[in-house]
Design a protein around this ligand. Structure first.
Ligand SMILES: Nc1nc2c(c(=O)[nH]1)N[C@H]1C(S)=C(S)[C@@H](COP(=O)(O)OP(=O)(O)OC[C@H]3O[C@@H](n4cnc5c(=O)[nH]c(N)nc54)[C@H](O)[C@@H]3O)O[C@H]1N2
Ligand SMILES: Nc1nc2c(c(=O)[nH]1)N[C@H]1C(S)=C(S)[C@@H](COP(=O)(O)OP(=O)(O)OC[C@H]3O[C@@H](n4cnc5c(=O)[nH]c(N)nc54)[C@H](O)[C@@H]3O)O[C@H]1N2
Ligand code: SF4
Ligand SMILES: [Mo]
Length: 879
């Protein structure tokens, strides 16, 4: 430990944007605490934030520039990127090149990338992974309000009397907001929560109502609500002066009976929800990817906004539609306009005066004047050879794009591919040039969270190897293309000031995104900048909530109600593809695992790529089997998990696993590439699939002190354990004995092995003890019902293993026969068994379980799951 002062920074994960205090305690470690004065979290952190200090290791970091896989100098690598872009543009025009960037970038990096592409390369082919995330919300906001504005703030979640959570697994994906909501409910029990999600998620724990809607049908539910509100006289007459096109929107409404049929819900539950909504003035509707990631995503957003506009429930304390952002800087990317259909600072392609303003401001020689390609089309264009040079910055499209095999093929086919990343990724494998970027803790700049609060990310570690800030890399390429003067920034503060100045240029209030008050910060003030919510105009006062009294940035100053007729998802289920695959997130993993994948602790909750299925949908499939989930686009092989909380006819898989962690478990191979026609956002939440047993001949696992990697078997999931130990779950075709022998052989010499073979029973087991320590265990058999791994895993922590344990080793069972259990509270290391035992012993609340076992007493991310166990045990044991 050192006495270094803690640095105030911001969590790099979700869009809640929690303030973090980081105190470096070594080159690859830091003590992490929640910042008690940050307005997003007031000291709270979730499990991912709490574990940040453990993700700073240099394992898997990209540390030096590379050309064709070999270390190169910065000068050569930057020179090559510039030369390839210059030559490609010279030969094939500006639209033959593209940038694909990310909501994980800081605003300053994002600004630089957008300026380079649109102002200087002359192409709007710069899109962001935000296309996969927020683009439907952006389009919905622009249709309704005239500008991409989130009118609501976090405090509204606490002030609301009714909170409607649509397509948001808040408990897992925005855990600190979930904690704030739970705390508000504890002090104000009259507050109601309704969850709308085809799955019963951890977010439903404690909710007053869960509508298990048929996937993709939210438009019908909210259009029906609009009609209901109108018919029952709940429209706000005063607010009507701020609205236009009300009648057109009302015409799309459906009867409750129609809504019930489309949404697969009972009429009685719909009416109950409608009446609750109608009779509660202070209502917030918070929505996330169950809304945005849909071929009707933009209509879903507008159907939600419509009901708030009609009732005037917007921009008032405790009332408003609230699009919650995913990535740490999804909002910053929208502010700098780094989507292919946006311009910087909320300027618009469609307005000649905006183009002129930007051309002047940047002295841009070559401003793009038309929107560019959106992510899915962009990669199709790469595959078709139309986009020839591609630069991917801060995102891992080989894993995160839909139709994943196509995305991989496109990356492999690109004539020139450059990647800027902090890590070695699946996408980087086929890159010609790899550029090492500074990671969280090293980089320096700003991010904007879901409630428009701009916070500083500050560096507290010195960058390793030759890692550089993304803005610097971009500026260096610009300079080599002859644009040095326009990219001559010396630090992030200079970029921020330019961005802030642009936002106030020729802005008389016509663009609400105005942070010109921050353009005056000098370097020291920028360094010390406190979290600040926009708008922050230089000329007038800042407002917290927006639109409470109208004032929309549309030509008429009024908001547009948008008609939203119901459309079914793009690719319906059929006899051949009878189930709907929904994809999303797990509590303890972040996206493509480049950071959370370094932390053993974060694998304890769910260690393998799972496919959740309702047991009644597939009675033949056992919990723990391997299943193939296949669609017309591709397939993945995942571990079956029974989940009675799923809506019948749907299956759920997490998006996180990469080829590095599980070669066959990338679910995006199967995900359909359908997109919303307006936003271009992919339909990640609705792919027609079939599910069948993976029909493997053998299953097994290897626990080792050396990483074998995901190619160790035909199907192999790699699971990091504490203390540089690796668990590999294995399966394949062919002979279990051969597979066993091959895996043992791959671990090296014959020394120290003991083995147990029973070919008739299909049992092949071996363990290696070296210097008294357990070095490896390899077990294979005919099915996945092998001995539980937990006890064996524990033995790796021992300096020497006891004689009794050695005897029991190949039985795979603890000498005392105690049963293993899954981990629920990973902070305190408490398993489901201990929690159940505490409940059985009389603990009747989450708090009581916490007192008895310590589970849920640190970050609190597992409290909803403890609640679910309580509910389940109460149901099983009726009084
Ligand atoms: N732990 C963790 N947290 C994260 C992330 C992470 O990777 N891990 N990523 C961050 C990012 S970038 C994002 S975008 C957010 C996403 O945050 P969320 O949107 O909350 O997460 P998802 O799991 O993608 O999807 C939310 C829910 O939508 C439901 N859903 C599916 N189809 C429909 C539908 O048709 N209608 C409705 N009403 N619901 C539906 C799914 O069942 C799922 O429970 O999370 C952020 N936070
Ligand atoms: N099936 C399915 N697929 C999905 C989704 C889904 O719900 N279902 N959700 C989609 C959504 S909402 C999202 S946001 C995407 C996320 O998908 P990705 O953006 O592909 O996911 P990440 O793993 O966050 O990738 C970020 C990459 O940037 C690197 N990185 C981090 N910080 C920096 C930095 O400062 N500079 C640079 N240069 N690199 C950095 C990381 O090492 C990592 O490789 O996935 C989408 N894909
Ligand atoms: S809720 Fe968790 S992941 Fe999101 S910003 Fe806060 S600490 Fe980070
Ligand atoms: Mo996202």
């Amino acid at each position: 430990m050192t006495d270094a002062p803690a640095v105030r920074t911001t969590c790099p994960y979700c869009g809640v944007g929690c303030g973090v205090l980081a105190r470096p305690t070594g080159p690859e470690f830091a003590e992490i605490a929640g910042d008690p004065v940050h307005p997003a979290n007031f000291g709270r952190l979730c499990v991912k934030g709490t574990a940040l200090g453990e993700t700073l290791s240099l394992q898997n970091r990209l540390l030096y520039p590379e050309i064709a896989g070999a270390r190169a100098s910065w000068d050569d690598a930057l020179g090559l990127v510039a030369a390839k872009f210059r030559d490609t543009i010279a030969e094939h025009g500006p639209d033959s090149v593209a940038l694909y960037v990310s909501g994980q970038l800081l605003t300053e990096d994002y600004y630089a990338a957008n300026k380079l592409a649109k102002g200087f390369l002359g192409t709007a082919n710069i899109d962001s992974n935000s296309r996969l995330c927020m683009s439907s919300a952006v389009a919905g906001h622009r249709r309704a309000f005239g500008e991409d504005i989130v009118p609501t703030v976090y405090e509204d979640l606490e002030l609301a009397d009714l909170l409607v959570l649509v397509g948001s697994n808040t408990a897992w994906c925005h855990p600190v907001l979930f904690q704030r909501i739970a705390a508000a409910r504890a002090t104000r029990p009259t507050m109601r929560v309704v969850v709308i999600d085809p799955r019963r998620t951890a977010t439903c724990e404690g909710a007053d109502m869960h509508l298990a809607i048929a996937p993709g049908t939210d438009v019908a539910l909210f259009a029906g609500l609009l009609r209901y509100l109108h018919r029952s006289g709940r429209a706000d007459r005063t607010y009507a002066a701020h609205l236009e096109d009300v009648d057109d929107a009302l015409a799309a409404g459906r009867t409750v009976a129609d809504v019930a049929a489309i949404c697969g819900l009972r009429q009685s539950e719909i009416t109950k929800f409608y009446e609750l909504f109608a009779s509660t003035a202070k209502t917030v509707t918070m929505f996330s990817q169950g809304v945005n990631q849909s071929s009707a995503g933009v209509d879903k957003v507008n159907a939600i906004i419509n009901v708030h506009l009609l009732t005037g429930r917007i921009g008032k304390p405790g009332a408003g539609p609230f699009s919650i952002t995913g990535q740490p800087n999804a909002m910053g990317g929208r502010e700098v306009g780094a989507l292919s259909n946006l311009l910087a600072a909320h300027l618009e392609f469609g307005r000649a005066s905006d183009l002129a303003l930007l051309r002047d401001f940047w002295s841009a020689p070559n401003l793009a004047t038309n929107p560019g390609l959106k992510a899915v089309s962009l990669f199709e264009a790469v595959a078709a050879g139309k986009v020839r040079a591609l630069w991917v910055i801060g995102t891992n499209p080989a894993v995160s794009l839909p139709n994943g095999d196509m995305a991989r093929a496109a990356l492999a086919k690109a004539e020139f591919l450059a990647i800027s990343d902090c890590a070695n990724t699946d996408s980087g494998m086929s890159a010609h040039v790899r550029l090492p970027a500074q990671a969280w803790g090293e980089k320096d700049g700003t991010v904007t969270n879901s409630e428009r609060v701009i916070s500083r990310q500050r560096s507290f570690l010195s960058p390793p190897g030759e890692a550089r800030p993304d803005w610097w890399i971009i500026a260096q390429v610009a300079a080599r293309l002859g644009h040095g003067a326009a990219f001559a920034w010396r630090n992030a503060a200079e970029i921020f000031r330019e961005h802030a100045t642009l936002s106030g240029t020729q802005n008389d209030g016509s663009r609400l995104f105005d942070i010109s008050a921050l353009a005056r910060l000098n370097d020291a003030e920028y360094e010390a900048m406190k979290p600040a919510r926009w708008p922050r105009p230089a000329k007038s006062i800042a407002l917290s909530r927006l639109f409470g009294r109208g004032g929309f940035p549309t030509p008429s100053g009024r908001a547009r109600m948008v008609p939203t007729p119901y459309r079914a998802p793009a690719n319906p289920v059929s006899v051949e593809w009878p189930l709907v695959l929904i994809t999303g997130r797990l509590r303890d993993q972040w996206h493509t695992m480049t950071r959370t994948g370094k932390t053993a602790r974060l694998f304890r909750h769910i260690p393998e790529p799972v496919l959740a299925i309702h047991p009644d949908d597939m009675p033949a499939m056992e919990d723990g089997d391997l299943a193939v989930v296949e669609s017309p686009w591709g397939s993945g092989t995942l571990r079956v998990r029974h989940d009675r909380g799923l809506r019948r006819g749907t299956v759920f898989a997490p998006m996180h696993w990469t080829a590095e962690f599980c070669a066959g478990g990338r679910v995006n191979s199967a995900v359909n590439p359908a997109v919303d026609p307006l936003s271009g956002q992919p339909e990640f939440k609705h792919t027609p699939v079939q599910v069948r047993p993976a029909a493997m001949d053998w299953h097994g696992f290897a626990l080792t002190r050396r990483l074998l990697g995901s190619k160790a078997a035909e199907w192999c999931a790699v699971i990091p354990l504490e203390g540089q130990v690796w668990r590999h779950e294995l399966a394949g075709h062919g002979d279990a004995a051969d597979a066993h022998a091959a895996t043992v052989a791959s671990l090296g010499g014959p020394d120290g092995w003991m083995s147990l073979r029973d070919p008739a029973a299909g049992i092949f087991r071996a363990a290696q003890v070296q210097d008294g320590r357990l070095a490896a265990c390899v077990f294979t058999g005919r099915n996945h019902l092998l001995p539980a791994r937990d006890w064996l895993m524990e033995l790796f922590a021992h300096e020497s293993i006891e004689i009794a344990d050695r005897r029991a080793l190949l039985a795979g069972r603890r000498a005392d026969g105690a049963a293993p259990e899954p981990s629920i509270c990973v902070c305190m290391g408490v398993g489901a068994g201990a929690i159940r035992a505490a409940i059985a012993a009389g603990c009747d609340s989450v708090a009581a379980v916490g007192k008895a076992t310590t589970a849920g007493t640190n970050c609190g991310s597992c409290r909803p799951e403890i609640g679910a166990i309580l509910t389940e045990m109460r149901v099983k044991e009726p009084a």
